[in-house]
Design a protein around this ligand. Structure first.
Ligand SMILES: Cc1cc2nc3c(=O)[nH]c(=O)nc-3n(C[C@H](O)[C@H](O)[C@H](O)COP(=O)(O)OP(=O)(O)OC[C@H]3O[C@@H](n4cnc5c(N)ncnc54)[C@H](O)[C@@H]3O)c2cc1C
Length: 381
């Protein structure tokens, strides 16, 4: 569906987490949407694979994210209803670490500022309630009830299916090469030229490769993740018994995990991944990487440290301050850049889709987007 001038209202480059939700929101609002993805989403080459993502509300990174995640919960529920699929399973979330560490104190701060329900449990109480977590005496667990698990591949698949149903034209396996400003924006792909009044670039780990037409200080990091069989009785690792968790085991060093949804418990280290390029990244997980994680898990989560069932490599796209990028392009204000999510963006995807649709339609933003501006300190490379 093109507009009277023969072009589209909006072209979306990248149909992963952010692009798929933007496509759905814009198509629903009657915009003529064309979207491109270099692969066939949902796919395992970007940042949105690996079967599960944590959603949590007592946001240790900063209280500014809480209103955004609250809106995301509403939109996830709506997407579940519209798609008829289960996309979010509440499990509760446990933030473990020293009470004054980055993780626990940050989560507590968000909970206090936004009056979120939470419990701060001493180590013996955590061990009693959740025997898979063997805290040291100086550690505590901050339990937040609304945290849970999202299913990323299912969510992206659902959004794209619904977007198509609402009229979006989606081209998979078609890489966008460049965009050029004129009376409309020309998007040149491997297969042809397309015109649109506006463009959303949501290219994830490829944002720094030229398609954004902005010099950005982004770092793509290779993040291995692993599925293990529980050791002994699997009952305490069931989703109804085991919350998702993040554990700050050394200052700033965190690992996280999920209960067993049938493939084993998934556990990974947050950040600390090697710098990588999305086109050449080594996608094979090495034995040393598994051993490194096992070493961290050994005394803390021995019941999760069983047989390795699978591993995968995923990509974080990190900004220097680990906040997001959602802003208009300095090269052309009709182009909106949205993606680098520094390893914590998935939970917000439907809320960001809504923000992107508002920006495209020139509506006032419903959230303070200043932390995500392109001209903030350090982001322009
Ligand atoms: C291991 C791991 C664990 C994570 N855990 C969590 C978590 O628990 N909770 C959470 O909230 N977040 C988490 N995240 C972060 C979250 O998954 C990402 O922030 C989010 O998925 C990024 O979405 P995106 O749309 O920016 O990128 P993607 O979903 O990767 O989409 C980008 C798309 O752009 C396409 N593309 C790129 N270049 C082009 C081009 N030139 N032409 C056409 N298409 C193009 C790609 O093929 C891709 O499909 C995690 C990330 C990883 C890697």
């Amino acid at each position: 569906m093109t507009n009277p001038s023969g072009g589209f209202d909006v072209a979306i480059i990248g149909l992963g987490a952010m692009g798929s939700m933007a496509a759905l929101e814009l198509a629903r609002r009657g915009q003529r949407v064309i979207g491109f993805d270099r692969f066939h989403p949902p796919h395992p080459f970007g940042s949105s694979h690996g079967k599960s993502r944590i959603i949590r509300e007592a946001y240790f990174e900063h209280p500014q994210y809480v209103p955004l995640v609250r809106r995301a919960y509403e939109r996830w529920n709506a997407l579940e209803q519209d798609s008829g699929e289960t996309l979010l399973v509440p499990t509760g979330g446990l933030m473990i670490g020293p009470p004054d560490g980055t993780l626990v104190s940050g989560a507590r701060q968000s909970a206090i500022v936004h009056q979120l329900p939470y419990e701060e449990l001493p180590a013996p109480e955590v061990r009693r309630r959740f025997p898979v977590f063997q805290l040291e005496a100086h550690e505590v667990g901050l339990l937040e009830p609304r945290a849970g698990v999202l299913f990323p591949e299912a969510a992206i698949g659902a959004a794209l299916r619904l977007a198509r149903g609402a009229g979006a034209e989606l081209h998979f396996g078609e890489r966008a090469i460049e965009w050029l400003g004129g009376s409309s924006i020309l998007v040149r792909t491997e297969r042809g030229d397309y015109h649109a009044d506006q463009v959303v670039v949501a290219a994830g780990a490829w944002m720094g490769t030229g398609i954004a037409r902005a010099s950005l200080a982004l770092q793509v990091a290779r993040q291995p993740l692993h599925w293990f069989s529980p050791v002994g009785d699997p009952a305490p690792t069931a989703p109804r018994r085991m919350p998702v968790f993040i554990w700050e085991w050394e200052p700033g060093g965190m690992f996280y995990g999920f209960p067993d949804f049938g493939d084993g418990v998934k556990v990974a280290i947050h950040h600390q991944g090697e710098p990588a390029h999305p086109d050449t990244v080594n996608r094979v997980v090495m034995a040393e990487e598994v051993e490194r994680l096992r070493e961290v898990m050994k005394a803390r989560t021995p019941a999760l440290n069983g047989e390795l069932r699978d591993s995968s490599v995923c990509l974080y796209t990190n900004t220097p301050d680990e906040d997001f990028l959602v802003d208009r392009s300095p090269a052309d204000p009709r182009v909106i850049l949205a993606s680098p999510c520094s390893g914590h963006g998935f939970k917000f995807a439907p809320a960001i889709g809504e923000i992107l649709a508002d920006l495209v339609q020139g509506r006032p933003p419903r959230f303070d987007l200043s932390p995500f501006r392109i001209d903030r300190a350090g982001l322009r490379g």
